[in-house]
Design a protein around this ligand. Structure first.
Ligand SMILES: NC(=O)c1ccc[n+]([C@@H]2O[C@H](COP(=O)([O-])OP(=O)(O)OC[C@H]3O[C@@H](n4cnc5c(N)ncnc54)[C@H](OP(=O)(O)O)[C@@H]3O)[C@@H](O)[C@H]2O)c1
Length: 265
């Protein structure tokens, strides 16, 4: 989305924006004129380095950026992150709940620690972010966008994260109702196949993914465009909804032969 007056000088916090889809969302906000808080999980190593690189790209676009290391599964870390946001620009207009991490194994093989990680990062972590950011979002009449995936509605043997995505799509609807009086609204973007780091790991557990044709995959940038749309005034009437952005992958069970001849790379 090209720069327009609406996003200028507003502030977006994108969880997990050191790489992948989150990075594309952070850069899209900057291109539209917003300043961006780039959240990543660890205060050192490649996590920190990549977040700083994203900040430099944002600054190269003429906008301000702040990298904040915070594991969203920790309520205390999330509290410190929101304090940092408040101290930086004193406002928060858009909260994008993008960060995710999960084991790749069927539900019946999950260890207790896998289950706790799944739930603590991908459900509780998102709720911590909403709870702690609420005063700032309320002051700005802000918007929340959650990044979901097709796992919320289709079975995948190596993807227990799907059940958390389904739960979060319900949270998006419920929060929109419970926060309506406070002027805060939430929506979700349910992405199809996006070739990021997490896709490359999932591919090791599901060889079938190699057969998905390139034209049925989605770019991080095309998901980011829809996130920005949901934060724009044009989407003011969309509340508590999940928009599927998957290049039509989920539209049909069977495809004509010409589609499967075009293999993904
Ligand atoms: N890839 C797909 O095909 C696809 C499709 C639909 C939806 N999605 C969803 O889109 C989102 C991004 O996916 P992706 O493929 O871009 O993932 P990715 O490349 O694996 O990047 C994950 C990001 O989340 C951060 N992160 C992980 N755990 C965190 C935690 N506990 N606290 C804070 N940050 C944390 C990572 O930070 P570090 O750099 O510090 O590790 C990184 O910035 C996820 O919600 C995913 O489920 C992905």
């Amino acid at each position: 989305m090209a720069e327009n007056g609406f996003f200028r000088d507003k502030v977006a916090l994108v969880t997990g924006s050191s790489r992948g889809i989150g990075k594309a969302v952070a850069l899209s906000f900057a291109k539209a004129g917003a300043d961006v808080v780039v959240n990543h999980s660890k205060a050192e190593g490649s996590s920190k380095r990549k977040a700083e690189e994203v900040c430099r790209e944002i600054e190269g676009l003429g906008r301000s950026a702040l990298a904040v290391a915070a594991d969203i599964a920790s309520k205390a870390s999330v509290g410190e992150m929101i304090e940092a946001v408040s101290g930086w620009r004193g406002r928060l207009d858009f909260l994008v709940l993008n960060a995710a991490r999960a084991p790749f194994k069927p539900l019946e093989k999950m260890l207790e620690r896998d289950m706790r990680q799944l739930f603590e990062i991908n459900y509780m972590g998102n709720l911590f972010c909403i709870q702690k950011a609420l005063p700032l979002l309320e002051a700005a009449r802000g918007r929340i966008v959650f990044i979901s995936s097709l796992g919320s509605r289709f079975y995948n043997p190596a993807y227990p994260l799907g059940s958390m995505k389904a739960a979060m799509e319900a949270v998006v609807r419920d929060c929109t109702e419970s926060l309506a009086e406070r002027g805060v609204c939430a929506n979700a973007v349910c992405g199809g196949i996006v070739k990021t780091d997490s896709f490359r790991v999932l591919r090791q557990h599901m060889e079938e993914l190699e057969n998905i044709p390139e034209e049925l995959c989605v770019s991080p940038e095309s998901l980011a465009e829809v996130v920005l749309f949901l934060c724009s005034p044009a989407a003011g009437g969309i509340r508590g909804q999940t928009l599927v952005v998957d290049n039509g992958l989920s539209n049909r069970l069977y495809r004509p032969a010409w589609v499967s001849r075009t293999k993904s790379k």
